[in-house]
Structures are given as C-alpha cells and as structure tokens.
Design a protein around this ligand. Structure first.
Ligand code: P6P
Length: 339
C-alpha cells in the first residue's frame, strides 16, 4: 500500500521547487485546505442544520444566495484573515474586495479570489458543489493595504489556483504552475491525502457539457457545434455546477460550454472567480480554455471584479474542433429577409 502523503506534506515538499519560496504560499495553500475541511463539514450535514434554502438575499451578481454560500464565504475569509499570509480577498459573494490587516506587522504578498460555493443551487437537492480559488501576487506597495488592481490581474498572472469538490468524496485539486494534483479528504484522519498525481486531461472525451435549454438562444456557430457533438454520439452531462462539470472533463475528457445568450450577452460565468482559476488548472493539465469568440481566457483583460465571460474549456482536441466551427460558421451571412 502506498505511503499516505498529506496535502501539508506535499505542499512543503514542493516548496523546494521554488528557490525563493519563503513559505507564504505554502501557508496560504494550507489555510485554504483548512477552510475546505470546515466548509466540507457543514456541506455534508446541511440538511440537519437548517442552513438549507435561500438566505433571502442576493449576491453581487444579483443571484439568490443560499445560506451555505454565506457560511462558506465567512469561513474562507476567517481562515485567510487568521493565516496572515494574504493581504486581501475578493469573493463572488461580495460586491467589493476585503483588505486584510497584517498579522503581527507581517507584510504578506498575496491576494486570494474565490467562489465560496459554486453551483449552490444544487445544495438543497444534494448534488455536488465546489469552492474555486485563485492566488495572485499583489502589485501594490507591500507596506500599504491591497488595492483593486491587485485583483484585476489577468489569469496568466495567477500564482496558483484550485478547487474543492464536495461530492461523493471531497477532493481538493490545485496547481502552482507545475502540473495538477488531487487530494482526497480522508475523514477518519481529517487530512487531504494525495490521490491523483500529475493529472493530464485526455485529448478528447465522450462528454460535452452545456445547458441544452438555451440551445435556441445560442449563436448559429455554437448551435452547429452542439449539433455536431450530438451527431458524434457524445454524451451530454450538465450538472449546473461548473466546478463539478469541469472536474468530470478534467479526468475523463470532454468540453464545457457556456456561450453568450440574450440574457447574458457577455456570458454568465465570472471571469475572476470561475473562468480564470479553472482555465489555469485545465491548461496546466494540458487542456484549453477560450471564450466563444476564440480568445484565450487567461489573457482576457480584467476590468472589474464581477466581469463575465463566455467559455469553452476542456480537452484540447475538442476545443480546437469547436474553434473550427466558430471560424467556419460565424462568418456565415445572417439571413435578414432581404431588409
Ligand atoms: P445555468 C452556478 O450558478 C454557475 O455559476 C455555474 O457553476 C454553472 O455552471 C452555471 O452557473 C449554471 O448556469 O444558467 O445553466 O443554470
């Protein structure tokens, strides 16, 4: 039986890969692991604690907030505040970023962005949800409080990104830019243990994930590509939780699409909290993440915290195929009844 390697041990061992690492990133990743364990505990007994259901409020994106969203948001901020390893956080659930005062005068050089509970509409029906996070090096002066520009960095500037999937088991997957590794929570010892080493996304897969209900609202090129997936007998799997859908694709291959619609002309998913961190991970695993207008997600300029983007992400062979459809059909003249 292979020796158990815990997340803490793995992070510390990998710290040696970074010659100038001062242990801050190591501490930050460990603190996120602690927050994930706390959130996991509540997610797993949500039905018992009367924290199901809508909290009666809306988040910055104007969506109903589930009580567990608030809980997860609060726990992540508490853990990061206590860690002293970051100078600010930005959450999908909050309008603005939250500066974090230095702990015992220590000046920290990182900021963290996160979606505390992605797919939270699934909570009440016991379908998997997840936490998504990204870590940037601050750009502002080390001495003062963090600034908005620290959070408005392109995805290419990510130092690390990851997600926690609260599913049939609880899995933490992350990358610091040198490959992707997965850790499964062993509840008997309360540790995330290395379970998936050097994850590589298959070049192709049998799954495509898109909300078929919006099919008629997509542009023609996206409808043509979705028809093609169906003609190729690919299997449609759509969980309604981006992190869950992309986790399947990361391991089994496939493509996830959220194109623009009339309701979301820029796309629905958040660039800072969802698209950039997940594209960072997928690219580190050998995959691709582009917009439905064919721009690389990680290179998109970030103009505000709650910016949205369209996305096509997953197996490189399938993203390239989708790209060919867009190039072929988006130039197609639109029939305008002769007007
Ligand atoms: P729709 C969850 O609210 C989320 O942000 C993603 O996790 C998910 O992929 C998407 O929205 C689902 O959106 O419009 O298909 O319900």
């Amino acid at each position: 039986m292979n020796r158990i390697i815990t997340l803490d041990e793995f992070i510390i061992k990998r710290q040696k890969d970074f010659p100038y690492a001062s242990g801050e990133l190591t501490g930050l990743l460990r603190d996120i692991g602690v927050a994930a364990k706390i959130v996991n505990r509540e997610v797993n007994k949500a039905g018992l604690l009367n924290i199901l259901g809508v909290a009666g409020s809306e988040n910055a994106s104007g969506e109903e907030v589930q009580k567990l969203d608030l809980y997860a948001n609060e726990k992540l901020i508490d853990c990061l505040k206590n860690s002293g390893e970051c100078c600010g956080v930005a959450s999908e659930e909050l309008e603005d970023f939250v500066p974090i005062q230095s702990v015992s005068g220590k000046t920290s050089k990182y900021v963290v962005v996160f979606d505390p509970l992605d797919g939270s509409s699934n909570i009440d029906v016991n379908v998997s949800v997840g936490t998504i996070f990204g870590i940037y090096r601050r750009q502002s002066e080390a001495e003062g409080p963090c600034q908005m520009d620290d959070f408005l960095q392109k995805g290419t500037e990510l130092v690390a990104a990851g997600y926690v999937l609260y599913g049939t088991s609880t899995l933490l997957v992350y990358s610091t830019g040198r490959g992707v590794n997965g850790f499964t929570l062993d509840p008997t010892i309360g540790e995330f243990c290395l379970s998936h080493t050097d994850i590589q996304i298959p070049d192709r897969g049998n799954y495509y994930a898109v909300n078929q209900g919006y099919y008629l609202k997509f542009d023609v090129e996206m409808r043509r590509y979705i028809d093609y997936c169906s003609d190729m007998n690919l299997r449609l799997r759509y969980i309604g939780s981006m992190v869950s859908d992309i986790h399947r694709i990361l391991f089994q291959g496939g493509i996830f699409l959220y194109p623009n619609t009339r309701k979301y002309p820029q796309g629905k998913l958040r660039l800072v909290y969802e698209c950039n961190p997940l594209s960072f991970i997928v690219e580190q695993a050998g995959g691709k993440g582009i917009t439905c207008q064919l721009e690389r997600i990680l290179e998109l300029p970030v103009n505000h915290l709650h910016q949205r983007a369209t996305i096509a992400i997953g197996s490189p062979g399938m993203v390239d195929e989708m790209k060919a459809f867009v190039e072929r059909y988006s130039a197609a003249p639109t029939f305008n009844n002769g007007q």
